[in-house]
Structure formats: structure tokens, C-alpha cells
Design a protein around this ligand. Structure first.
Ligand code: GLC
Ligand code: CA
Length: 559
């Protein structure tokens, strides 16, 4: 693969509502990001991705946009964003925004016009269909629960929403709509953005037969994914989207593209692919059968995780470049999910999973708070949740026959609110995030897990992340860690995940014991040098390394 500028980036994901509040209304804002640029710079990251900050009624916290060209006032103004772009540049930090074009808010002026007048040209910007015998057009279930169809008051018509009913889907079959979207994207790219993370992009194409399928739940509905996600014909939309926008700029595009199989990767991320890289959820969603049905829990093992991880790396390496992450605003905290023994949900476990994913081939993403070792927030009752998906999953679990207690457990394990709690900057009231009670509660452990304490503790996870970034981007191993090949190491104990990164001159081995047991790993070439170990030093015999629980290390094998 030809070298691309975005391969060497380290991207930090900001959930703006919960990053830093500067005007003390309890909600994070753009000025908060500006204020914390020195922190981000000291971490060593090179780019930030900011979740949606556009005008929005915030039903899905910004993934419901009512004006693409304006900033939601709780975050600040367009001016503030320009200031952020300028200030970030002084630190050499690039900025990526979130592009949400599968749907808008129902409060977008296009949708309001569409709803108010059946003859409006804006009707065709969305997906309106007639009912069938007084019922919705088909039995598709939305990702956030209930039918994908919402009735238009006073008409026998319904509009479609793959997500919430306040997130009507745009009709990409309409060339006029596509034109408007391209226009908007180019308007943003001309402002000097590095690029976009692109939301739910595999949902753009819907099967035009709109046929019902056999129900898959007690609600009589069937997941809409079979008919709306990565469907034939999407290639035309994605190709055109790229040609009309991204291709004209040397920008980075990171697709949130669930439902893409490995044999289709060339289309998505190959040399002429639609995007620079896409997120792979196949190993991320190891704990559930599907990312949207949280009651379908799995009893996963490290061995299974390893298998999926290796498959993913190998498939991506064949054709392009990956986007590596263990957390985001839709996922639980990785420490709570991947480190099963609670007594290691601390520096040891946090540094093990950090080492595990950070040196995979691809661009690493760090989600705010991950670098501190933040954990899930356990809530007692459903009205403590803000996330619409949590509320839906609670009710669906009950409908599927689980008790309220079980439903709460599923939601606590998977809730998107787990990662959306305010970032604790210190141990003061409200964690120094705000002087007012934040829009969503802080996690109780903020007194011990916060930026200030970890800044002042040399052996903190925060400082470990700094070391990882230094190693990847500014050390004699950088070339290999960024551009080197990935080779899976399959001949290990089932609890150990190990892989090589190598090029002509250097061979590095990453070794992680993802378990609370002691495990040994054979080292064939004993002429090696330790680069970094989360226990400080290795315990070894002549041709083995004796790994302690959740021990993680990287060594250079002399060749
Ligand atoms: C993506 C976003 C998620 C949002 C959904 C609908 O999956 O990451 O937060 O709710 O799309 O826009
Ligand atoms: Ca604020």
C-alpha cells in the first residue's frame, strides 16, 4: 500500500458534551476543547475527532442534526469552532468532525417542509410510503426499537427511520438530495478540516421492494438490517459520495460501516476504496451477538477474541489500512468489558488492553477517559439513563422474557452512557469538569481516577499511554510500529495474545496475557531486548517468559 499521511496519526475521540464545560451550564463545549489543547498535546495525539456539534434537539446527543451548517448553541458558535481550528493548528493537532448523512433530525427544515405539505419537493428528500390496510408498510424494526415507520398525522402515510423516530432517513435515491449533501460536505472541508468520521454509512441504501420478512422477536418485527444495511446498490452512492467530495481534498475518512464482510473490504478500503479506513466491530462486539440486541450476551473467551482480532488484522492488511479502537461513545468501557477479573480493572488491566490494541497495524483511536482507565457506571434504575438505546434495550429485554433485574444487568453492561460520563479533570466537586451539576452524573471513582492524579503519578495509565504514543510515533521503532507488517503468533497458550510487527530491519513482538492466571510463552530467539513491560521488568527462564496476570510487553527480537 502507498504511504498515506493519515497512517501515522493517533486520534483522540472527544464526546463534547462530557469533555470540559467552560461556561458552567453542566454541558461540555468547544471552548472546553480549546482550553484542554495543552493536555491533548502533552498526551501526544495528533488529531481529534469530535462527535457531532451541529445544531440539534439532542435526542440522540447530536446524531440528530437540524442544521448542518450551524453549531448547537450549547457547544458554542461557528466562530468558536474556527478558533479551535486555528489554535489546534498551533499544536499541530488536526480536526475531524462527525458526518451524519444517513438521517437528519425531524426538526431539520427539509423534514418540516416535507411533513407539512405532501406536494413539497422535500417529501422526496425522505422516505415516505403508504400504509397497508391501516398498518405500517412493513415489519422492519428500527435499531432503537419499535417499527421503522412513523405515521404522518392526518394521512395514510408513514416516514421511515432506521434509528429513532426523531431521526428520519434521507432518501439517497433522490439526486437532488445527494447534491445538497455534497455541497454541505465540501463547504465544511473548505474550512480546513482534516476529514470526517462518517456515521452509519452502510445504511444509505434501502432495498426498494420494502418487503416484510419473518419476525425475529416477540414484537412481531424483524431487524431492519437485512434490508437496509450494506445492501446491493450502495456502491453507487458511496462511489459518488467520494468522487463529489472527499476525493477533491486530501482528507481522512473513517467509515462507521457495520455489516461489511471481509471479502468486500477492497471496495471499502482498497486502493480505490470509498474510505481511508473503516471501524471493524467483529471483535469489538465480542460480548454480544449483535451490537443492538444487548440481551443476547455471549460467554466469550480470550481465545475467541484472539481469533477474531487476528482474522480482522489479516483481512485488512491484504487490502488496506485499519482503524483500531477498544472504546467509543457507543461502547462500554473497555476495562470493564475486556478485563473480566474486577481486581485487575486498574492500571494492570488497563495497560494490558492498551498494549494489545495500540500496536496493531492501523491508526489507533483513544476515546476520552480511556487513557485514565475509566470504568463502567453502574446505575440502579432505568430512569437514571439518558441514552435512548439503553431505554429501548431495557424494554425489549423484558418483552423477550427476561426479568427487570436481568434487563438492568444487560443495560448496565452495554449502556452507551457508560462512556458518556464527564471526564474527571481533578478530585474537586464535579471532577473539575464543571462548577454545576453536569447533564449526566460523574462516575463515583473520579476522586481517584482523574487527570490531575494521573499526571502526578509517574506509573499511571495516563503516562503509560504517553509512552505508547512516544514509542509509536517518536522512537527508533516508529517506522516498524506504523508501517511494518502484522504477523499473528498462533502458537501460544489460549490466554496469551501475541503478534509481530516487522520490516526488513526490525522485528518487534507484542505479548499480552489476557487473563488473571500465570502463563508462560516460549521465546525461540532468546536474543531479544525488552522495550516496555507493564510490570516494569520481565520474569524469564532461558527460553520462556513467565507472564503474570494481565502482563503485557513489547520486545525487540534481534535479527
Ligand atoms: C452511530 C453513532 C451512534 C448513533 C447512531 C445514529 O452508530 O455512533 O451514536 O446513535 O449512529 O446516528
Ligand atoms: Ca458549557
Amino acid at each position: 500500500m502507498n504511504v498515506q499521511w493519515w497512517q501515522k496519526e493517533v486520534i483522540y475521540q472527544i464526546y463534547p458534551r462530557s469533555f470540559k464545560d467552560t461556561n458552567n451550564d453542566g454541558v461540555g463545549d468547544i471552548n472546553g476543547i480549546i482550553e484542554k489543547l495543552p493536555y491533548l498535546n502533552s498526551l501526544g495525539i495528533t488529531m481529534i475527532w469530535i462527535c457531532p456539534i451541529f445544531k440539534s434537539p439532542m435526542v440522540d446527543n447530536g446524531y440528530d442534526i437540524s442544521d448542518y451548517k450551524d453549531i448547537n448553541s450549547e457547544f458554542g458558535s461557528l466562530n468558536d469552532l474556527e478558533t479551535l481550528l486555528n489554535k489546534a493548528k498551533q499544536y499541530d493537532i488536526k480536526i475531524m468532525l462527525d458526518l451524519v448523512v444517513n438521517h437528519t433530525s425531524d426538526e431539520h427544515e427539509w423534514f418540516e417542509a416535507a411533513l407539512n405539505d405532501p406536494a413539497s419537493p422535500y417529501r422526496d428528500y425522505y422516505i415516505f410510503k403508504e400504509g397497508v390496510n391501516g398498518a405500517p408498510p412493513n415489519n422492519w424494526r428500527s435499531i432503537f426499537g419499535g417499527s421503522v415507520w412513523e405515521k404522518v398525522v392526518g394521512e395514510d402515510m408513514y416516514y421511515m427511520h432506521v434509528f429513532d423516530k426523531k431521526q428520519p432517513d434521507l432518501n439517497f435515491e433522490n439526486p437532488k438530495l445527494r447534491e445538497e449533501i455534497y455541497h454541505m460536505i465540501n463547504w465544511w472541508l473548505r474550512k480546513g478540516l482534516a476529514g470526517f468520521r462518517i456515521d452509519s454509512i452502510t445504511f444509505l441504501k434501502k432495498d426498494q421492494d420494502f418487503e416484510s420478512l419473518t419476525a425475529d422477536g416477540n414484537d412481531g418485527l424483524v431487524t431492519c438490517k437485512h434490508k437496509t444495511r450494506n445492501r446491493p446498490g450502495i456502491e453507487l452512492f458511496l462511489k459518488e459520495l467520494k468522487q463529489q467530495t472527499f476525493e477533491k481534498f486530501d482528507c481522512i475518512t473513517v467509515g462507521e460501516a457495520p455489516g461489511v464482510n471481509y471479502d468486500e473490504l477492497t471496495d471499502f478500503i482498497g486502493e480505490d476504496g470509498y474510505f481511508s479506513m473503516i471501524f471493524d466491530f467483529k471483535y469489538t462486539d465480542i460480548d454480544v451477538e449483535s451490537g443492538s440486541d444487548w440481551f443476547k450476551r455471549t460467554n466469550w473467551t480470550t481465545e475467541e477474541y484472539k481469533k477474531l482480532l487476528f482474522e480482522s488484522q489479516e483481512a485488512i492488511q491484504k487490502v488496506g489500512w485499519g482503524a483500531n479502537f477498544i472504546e467509543n461513545h457507543d461502547q462500554p468501557r473497555a476495562l470493564s468489558k475486556l478485563v473480566k477479573d474486577p481486581s485487575y480493572q486498574n492500571f494492570v488491566g488497563g495497560s494490558a488492553i492498551a498494549m494489545l490494541y495500540f500496536f496493531l497495524r492501523g491508526t489507533p483511536f483513544i476515546y476520552q477517559g480511556q487513557e485514565l482507565g475509566m470504568t463502567n457506571f453502574e446505575r440502579q434504575s432505568i430512569d437514571q439513563f439518558n441514552d435512548i438505546s439503553s431505554i429501548d434495550n431495557f424494554h425489549r429485554s423484558i418483552e423477550e422474557g427476561f426479568t427487570e433485574e436481568q434487563a438492568m444487568e444487560f443495560v448496565n453492561l452495554r449502556s452507551r452512557d457508560n462512556t458518556r460520563t464527564p471526564l474527571p479533570w481533578n478530585d474537586q466537586k464535579f471532577g473539575g469538569f464543571s462548577k454545576t451539576k453536569p447533564w449526566i452524573d460523574l462516575i463515583e471513582n473520579y476522586k481517584t481516577i482523574n487527570v490531575q492524579i494521573e499526571e502526578n503519578t509517574s506509573s499511571s495509565l495516563l503516562n503509560f499511554y504517553r509512552e505508547l504514543i512516544q514509542l509509536r510515533n517518536h522512537s527508533k521503532y516508529s517506522q516498524t510500529l506504523i508501517y511494518g507488517n502484522f504477523t499473528a503468533h498462533r502458537e501460544t497458550n489460549e490466554n496469551i495474545i501475541s503478534y509481530f510487527r516487522n520490516d526488513q530491519t526490525t522485528k518487534l513482538q507484542i505479548i499480552v496475557n489476557l487473563s488473571n492466571k500465570h502463563n508462560d510463552i516460549d521465546i525461540k530467539n532468546t536474543n531479544y531486548e525488552l522495550i516496555l513491560d507493564n510490570y516494569g521488568a520481565v520474569e524469564k527462564t532461558e527460553n520462556k517468559i513467565k507472564l503474570r496476570p494481565y502482563e503485557a510487553l513489547i520486545i525487540e527480537i534481534k535479527i
